[in-house]
Design a protein around this ligand. Structure first.
Ligand code: SAH
Length: 262
């Protein structure tokens, strides 16, 4: 029996191993399997989720930074074969694996790099039609929240500009080993049919990020660094705070700024 010792959880890698098989299966089942033939699992650990992905009609790839977990996977999931990548998800060029093919992302993610996982996904949105998995509950809620909510911010606006974001269910600390200090939340991101914004996309990222750097201030103040004309800043939209603006209002704002610059 190759099923040797379990991997020892390392705190600096955000390792909290899921013990509950039903929840693992439920997360794997969130994938629609539509629009892609490959899925990339981030941080498989000992493969609790991976084994359910391997049962599906899809090619599973896993990327894991921890050598001990990689050894465990190699010994216990022979049919993963050469699709185990011992790499840092944040640094690895994923086109090495997928070329220009579309792929889904899934995982019970390392919570210490949640925002960076989302930002990298957004950068690669042209190849990622679906993204599903588990974050710290507060982060999952933030990504899915709407304008007016206290947790609405950069992650919410940038994600929802390109994806429909659904908060699916909450998972308690007790089903992990070791248990994290916080609840977890599973979400599903489905790329919009039309995910090209009707404004300059890099300016949109800049406006959203700059606007939320001072979320209590009006946009007139928080966007000072963009050197906008007084005429533009007289527009009532600038009297609002960033947390009041919907995604489409941010797009409209970006278009106004774009015109002002021309
Ligand atoms: N999916 C497993 C493990 C979750 S813990 C389970 O549910 O049990 C998070 C996993 O992400 C750990 O295995 C950790 O080693 C891995 N990890 C942490 N940072 C990573 C990174 N930058 N790139 C790839 N994997 C990472």
């Amino acid at each position: 029996m190759p099923n040797q010792h379990q991997v020892k959880a390392k705190k600096h890698l955000g390792q909290h191993f899921l013990k509950d098989e039903n929840i693992a299966k439920k997360i794997a089942d969130t994938l629609s399997l539509k629009g892609y033939n490959d899925v990339l699992e981030i941080g498989p650990g000992m493969g609790v989720l991976t084994k359910y992905l391997l049962k599906k009609n899809i090619t599973t790839h896993v990327i894991e930074i921890d050598t001990e977990s990689v050894e465990y996977l190699k010994n216990n999931y022979l049919n993963l074969a050469d699709r185990i990548y011992e790499k840092d998800f944040l640094k690895y060029d994923l086109t090495e694996i997928f070329k220009d093919k579309p792929f889904a992302i899934i995982g019970n993610f390392p919570y210490n790099i949640s925002s960076q996982i989302i930002f990298k996904t957004l950068e690669m949105r042209h190849q990622i039609p679906e993204f599903s998995g588990m974050f710290q509950k507060e982060v999952a809620q933030r990504i899915c929240s709407k304008e007016g909510s206290k947790v609405y911010g950069i992650l919410s606006v940038l994600t929802q500009a390109f994806y429909d974001a659904d908060y699916l269910f909450t998972v308690p600390p007790s089903v992990f080993n070791p248990p994290p200090k916080v609840d977890s939340g599973v979400l599903l991101l489905t790329r919009k049919a039309n995910y090209t914004l009707p404004c300059n996309e890099s300016l949109f990222f800049k406006v959203v990020k700059t606007g939320f750097q001072q979320r209590r201030k009006t946009l007139r103040n928080s966007l000072k660094a963009l050197n906008l004309s007084d005429n533009l800043k007289a527009n009532t939209i600038f009297g609002q705070r960033p947390e009041q603006l919907s995604v489409s209002a941010f797009i409209e704002l970006t278009s106004l700024i774009e015109k002002d610059k021309n």
